[in-house]
Design a protein around this ligand. Structure first.
Ligand SMILES: Cc1cc2nc3c(=O)[nH]c(=O)nc-3n(C[C@H](O)[C@H](O)[C@H](O)COP(=O)(O)OP(=O)(O)OC[C@H]3O[C@@H](n4cnc5c(N)ncnc54)[C@H](O)[C@@H]3O)c2cc1C
Length: 434
């Protein structure tokens, strides 16, 4: 049996691990066009801010790879020939497969304004992007950042940490409006301003103006001009699904897969940012562009390729991140719908966050320690925990396990309820120390 996996990201590596957990003898070939192989993409933001060295982005050792026993070929796949069950590489050579996994990830949605090909227009998608930004940041003094969501914020903070003066443009009236509520957005915005980032709301890029091929300033739709040496953008991501589309596989926004991560070709699976997975709860196919989801999907795909048909159960959205230095955990359904600052899909922008069920919001906290929970009829539906993280594990468990909350529901919804105390109380009754 020969398994071919296209990609060297976390979904691909997880698939190798699961294939190996059940099939010692099968041949596994990993084909990837990334010069660095497998590394932590979430770590790029910390590399940019100087908190991590590039070495720390590589979590696996040579010994880990040796133990997994697969063949790695640095190659770009240019075509899938389904009738011949083979893939074509850049140099024209063909490799046959018994089972194929597409784990080709996603790419940053390109900026479509005049001047976007000028030197100094950057994104943060790849280690080379981060290195390029660091080089340009040394030369430049002022940066403009465009886009909602986490990556744009990480760019703004990374550039600030590298000594640049940063202007952050938002088309809408507040930060990350499809996930955070107004008060949460305002907390983050206030902290960004305190750090020294200048925020511009209702500001949309019209044009990037260059001098000698380099960024020199930006013109906004409201007529304003800002001088700058660097323009960084993060306006969403798009699944890298061209190979699948050209091979006639079913593709919507991502490659459509069933519960077994299988495409409409029984020999081909897809997993990670490129896949649009079936969600049992909503009965719809959704994109879930998060590291942990990619890992779990890759693992399930590998098991299925090795003949251990195990349905993938999409886990509840759970994202721990840092926003303006504030640890923020986002659990389950918390969002509100569209965000004008994001084009296409954005990291962490799980579809389920967009479907806010009938729920009552209860919130508590002050300043930077804040908890928001969405209370349904019998269970908690979602939560946002900012700052102090004591409640994030209990809330994750209560939400993921759909624990009946009847015993605390009224207390939670009482006027001026101390939510934290109510949850801690409920949690300790569920999990008595002895
Ligand atoms: C800056 C940044 C910060 C992030 N932060 C977070 C975070 O805090 N939390 C979180 O949950 N997620 C975060 N993410 C998202 C997370 O990194 C992704 O969800 C995850 O890496 C997806 O893994 P993947 O294996 O599907 O794809 P990828 O890691 O994108 O890997 C795909 C691989 O396929 C290769 N490939 C593509 N096409 C071909 C081809 N034709 N031939 C050969 N090889 C090919 C690519 O070179 C690449 O190596 C972040 C992403 C970025 C960019």
């Amino acid at each position: 049996m020969r398994h071919i996996i296209i990609g060297t990201g976390v979904a691909a590596l997880a698939a190798v691990e699961s294939i190996r957990s059940v099939e010692r003898g099968a041949e596994v070939i990993l084909l990837g066009d990334d010069p660095y192989g497998f590394y932590s993409r979430p770590g790029l933001a910390y590399f940019l801010s100087g908190e991590l060295t590039d070495k720390a982005l590589f979590p696996k050792t040579r010994e880990d790879y040796r133990r997994l026993g697969f063949t790695y070929r640095k190659a770009r796949v240019t075509k899938i020939l389904r009738d011949d069950t083979s893939v074509q590489l850049e140099d024209g050579s063909l490799l046959t497969y018994d089972r194929l996994l597409l784990a080709t990830g996603a790419f940053a949605t390109p900026l479509a304004v005049p001047g976007s090909t000028l030197q100094g227009v950057v994104k943060l998608d790849h280690l080379n992007d981060a290195r390029n930004i660091l080089k340009l940041a040394k030369r430049g003094r002022t940066a403009v950042v465009v886009g909602g969501g986490i990556t744009a914020l990480e760019l703004a903070e990374g550039l600030l940490a590298r000594g640049m003066s940063v202007h952050y443009l938002l088309r809408g009236n507040r930060y990350w409006s499809n996930v955070l509520d107004e008060q949460e957005s305002r907390i983050i915005e206030a902290r960004l301003q305190e750090e020294g980032i200048t925020l511009h709301f209702h500001s949309e890029l019209q044009e990037i103006i260059g001098r000698s091929g380099r960024v020199n300033s930006v013109r906004l739709k409201n007529g304003k001009t800002l001088k700058c040496d660097l323009l960084a953008y993060a306006i969403g991501i798009q699944p890298r699904a061209d190979l699948a589309r050209e091979a006639g596989l079913n593709v919507e926004r991502g490659i459509l897969v069933d519960e077994f991560m299988q495409t409409n070709d029984p020999n081909i699976c897809a997993a990670g940012d490129v896949a649009q997975v079936y969600d049992r709860i909503s009965g719809r196919s959704v994109l879930d562009s998060l590291w942990n989801a990619a890992r779990e999907q890759g693992y399930a795909a590998g098991l299925n390729m090795a003949g251990r048909g195990t349905p993938y159960v999409k886990s509840m959205p759970f994202n721990v991140t840092r926003l303006a230095g504030l640890t923020t955990t986002i659990i389950g359904a918390v969002g509100h719908g569209r965000d004008d600052d994001l084009v296409g899909i954005a990291r962490g922008d799980s579809e389920t966050w967009r479907e806010l069920p009938n729920a009552i919001v209860a919130q508590s906290g002050f300043d930077v320690n804040r908890v928001r929970i969405l209370v349904g009829e019998k269970k908690l539906i979602g939560a946002v925990v900012m700052g102090d993280q004591t409640l994030s594990v209990p809330l994750q468990t209560i939400i993921a396990k759909q624990i009946d909350i009847l015993a605390m529901r009224d207390k939670l919804l009482a006027q001026n309820a101390k939510i934290s105390d109510v949850i801690v109380d409920f949690w300790s009754n569920l999990n008595p120390v002895n």
